[in-house]
Design a protein around this ligand. Structure first.
Ligand SMILES: Nc1nc2c(ncn2[C@@H]2O[C@H](COP(=O)(O)OP(=O)(O)O)[C@@H](O)[C@H]2O)c(=O)[nH]1
Ligand SMILES: [Mg+2]
Length: 231
């Protein structure tokens, strides 16, 4: 019984990898770099996107794929940026899943003109477990942790903090109001993902937002260089 369950899960992840590879091939053909933005619900992904994308990204044409279980609240919040934004709901035929998978992202691709983008940011469904397990064909993954969630989260949800190449510590403006020791957080993070890059931000005060924008804006050029080197 147990064996069968494990087998089914493995099959599902295999199928996901195959579709993620197909997405990746489409992204490469269109020359668009893709970033998977993950966090617990409410860590500040959408607010950071507004702050980062608001002033525009010098020479980088960005678009957003918004993932939520239901509704289009986040896509609506980004509408004023006048960039391509597509909402993807997991309750729309995907069983209300707690994460985006490669097949869901694939279903949303016809709604996006990939050729018109250099960078596609996918805001994943808020969750600290499942998104880490499902590749969607992305080039890079960002994990946003807010200081309001507590300093111990890297130890409790290690896969999420291990499966990313950038950790953003958001709501740094709240540090004086919550019991969150940044040094301790970094110490715990180091135990699960040594040397991962960290940017501290406040979407409210703007601290760290330029650094995050620069990091994101560098992804397309970096991916082109890597692809060129591989040829
Ligand atoms: N104090 C503070 N609140 C923030 C910050 N970023 C986001 N928030 C608030 O946190 C809540 C959730 O933000 P949202 O962007 O919707 O989170 P998401 O679910 O990760 O997309 C909202 O009330 C935001 O205004 C921040 O840097 N500082
Ligand atoms: Mg959001």
């Amino acid at each position: 019984m147990h064996r069968v369950k494990v087998r089914v899960v493995e099959d599902a992840l295999d199928a996901n990898t195959t579709i993620a590879d197909a997405n990746r091939a489409d992204f490469d053909r269109a020359n668009v770099a893709v970033v998977n933005l993950m966090s617990a619900p409410g860590a500040g992904k959408t607010t950071l996107l507004e702050a980062v994308l608001g002033p525009g990204m010098d020479g980088v044409r960005a678009g957003v794929l918004e993932g939520d279980v239901a509704g289009s609240l986040d896509a609506d919040r980004l509408a004023h940026l006048h960039i391509p934004v597509v909402q993807l709901n997991t309750d729309g035929g995907f069983g209300g899943e707690c994460h985006l998978d490669a097949n869901m992202v694939r279903s949303a691709l016809p709604a996006l003109d990939l050729e018109a983008l250099d960078l596609l940011i996918v805001e994943n469904v808020g969750n600290l477990v499942c998104p880490a397990e499902f590749k969607i064909g992305e080039d890079a993954r960002i994990m946003v942790a807010s200081v309001a969630e507590g300093q111990d989260k890297p130890l409790k949800y290690p896969l999420m903090f291990r499966a990313c190449e950038l950790v953003v510590v958001n709501k740094i403006d709240l540090l004086e109001h919550v019991r969150f020791d940044l040094d301790k957080f970094r110490y715990y993070l180091d135990q699960v993902h040594p040397d991962v890059h960290v940017i501290t931000t406040s979407a409210y005060t703007g601290e760290g937002v330029d650094e995050l924008r620069d990091w994101l804006a560098a992804v397309p050029a970096r991916e082109r260089r890597t692809a060129g080197a591989a040829v």
